[in-house]
Design a protein around this ligand. Structure first.
Ligand SMILES: [Zn+2]
Length: 164
C-alpha cells in the first residue's frame, strides 16, 4: 500500500494551522520534502483519516533536504531544524488524509478496526458493528476503515478482481 503526497501538502498544513496558530517548521519542511512523492504505508496500524508512512533511508533523506533547501530559494536550515527533519523522515511521518492525492493498493477495505482497543480484524471473518474479537467488551464495536460505504463483501470481491 502506498500514498502519493499532495504537491501542496505543506501549504495545506499551514492553511489548517491558520493565521492564529503556530506553524511547526520542521514538520512543515518534512511535508515539503515528501510533497509529490510516493511513500510506502505502514499497514500494521491503519486509520480512516491518516496514514503512517514508512521511514526513508539516508539517500532519500539527503534528497528530501535538498528539496527543502531549493524550496527556501537557497536558504539553509538551522542545525536543530535539520536534525528534527532527518529524524521525522527517517522514522516515517503521520500524514493526514487531506495531504494525500492518491492511495495505491489500499488495503483498508479488507480490515475493520475496534473503536476501543484499535486492533484490526479481517472483513472475511467479521462485519461492521460486530463485537471486537480481541477485547470483547459490550461497546467495543468494529468500524470500517473506509469512510464511504465500502463494507460489503461484494464490493471487495469486485475491487480485488480489478486489482489483479
Ligand atoms: Zn477491541
Amino acid at each position: 500500500m502506498k500514498i502519493v503526497i499532495s504537491k501542496d501538502a505543506a501549504k495545506i498544513y499551514s492553511g489548517t494551522v491558520g493565521t492564529q496558530g503556530h506553524i511547526n517548521w520542521p514538520w512543515y519542511y518534512c511535508l515539503v520534502a515528501v510533497a509529490g512523492e510516493t511513500l510506502e504505508v505502514e499497514t500494521n496500524h491503519l486509520f480512516d483519516d491518516q496514514f503512517n508512512a514508512a521511514g526513508w533511508n539516508d539517500d532519500k533523506i539527503k534528497y528530501g533536504i535538498e528539496k527543502i533547501i531549493k524550496h527556501k530559494a537557497g536558504g539553509s536550515l538551522f542545525p536543530n531544524e535539520e536534525k528534527e527533519i532527518r529524524q521525522g523522515l527517517g522514522m516515517g511521518l503521520r500524514i493526514r488524509g487531506n495531504q494525500v492525492s492518491r492511495v495505491i493498493n489500499d488495503v483498508r477495505p479488507f480490515y475493520l478496526k475496534c473503536r476501543w482497543c484499535g486492533k484490526m480484524s479481517s472483513v472475511t471473518e467479521f462485519r461492521v458493528g460486530e463485537r471486537c474479537p480481541i477485547c470483547k467488551g459490550p461497546d467495543n464495536i468494529l468500524k470500517s476503515l473506509i469512510k464511504k460505504s465500502w463494507e460489503s463483501i461484494d464490493y471487495l470481491a469486485e475491487r480485488y478482481n480489478l486489482q489483479q
